[in-house]
Design a protein around this ligand. Sequence first.
Ligand code: SAM
Ligand code: SF4
Length: 316
Amino acid sequence: MEDQYSRKINYLRLSLTQRCNFRCLYCHAGRNGCSAPDELSLREIAVIAQAASEIGCTAIRLTGGEPLVRRDISEICETVRAVANPQKLGITTNGFFLGRLAGSLYDAGVTHVNVSLDTADEAVFEKITGIDGFRTVLDGIGKAVATGFKRVKINAVLLHGVNDSEEAVRRLAELTERLPVDLRFIELMPFGLTGSDYLKSFVSKELVFRALPDLEKIPDYGEGPAVMYHRQGFPGNIGIISPMTSCFCKSCNRIRVLSDGRVRPCLLGSREFGIRGLGVKDTADVLRRAIASKPASYRDGSDNLRINCEMKRIGG
Ligand code: SAM
Ligand code: SF4
């Protein structure tokens, strides 16, 4: 459906859990995050997916927390495919369990996989995520590519003094030199790190342009907020998602359901709607109301973003 600013909202992001086996510096906000408060059940997920399909969502992305820690993840994907039949069914994952699960996710109908990987350095990986899992994630990415998903993307967040040298960016970009993957650099948003910690850690997209001077812009790539670039001779592409130094609200096409079943019309806004316990028709009505309430922009006249929520509840 269209919102009041004539934006076509056809993309649902659904956070399946706040639980995660990683502790990423930029996401985690210091809590242990291992409980599963108010996680949506398979039935609730089916109702939300069907309602989203009824209001015109043709793309659904499952996220978290870490969606692959849910034991019923394949069943969830099969159910979403069965009730909503989306053109795109995506998963955003830290990649740790991907090597093990890629085949069953593919069989369950997943078409697009995004993996978070911020560095090509094993020790830096552990510093960022708190986990000795670099090789496992790299193997997971290789498995996803080999499995044949329509697209495999890698999301990287740069943090000042951690992984923000030009050399570090070039080493990560080497993945796109040997694999047909889209590596997207996402500017840090003030979720896990706040206040002066956030300001000290923020790295602007300009670093990527300095590190990779041979980027050629791809017009109309059609990948949401990412501006995509190609480098001659390589199978993969480079993308930039810059929520802090640019504003892409004009082309926003999404609605979010958080891990506790609250509907959030805007990533960086604070308004939420309840949908738990409702049937498909009422859920669709609440989704419509939430879409109708989407603000023109998260900036909305103020540069002070009010972040009242953890990223692992929202799901990115
Ligand atoms: N666990 C999965 C993963 O890491 O891909 C899915 C959930 S994670 C919250 C979704 C995306 O949000 C990841 O690509 C992650 O890099 C990004 N993210 C988390 N915190 C962020 C922050 N403070 N600023 C920008 N991106 C962030
Ligand atoms: Fe977990 Fe993903 Fe957040 Fe990292 S970014 S702590 S992997 S939810």
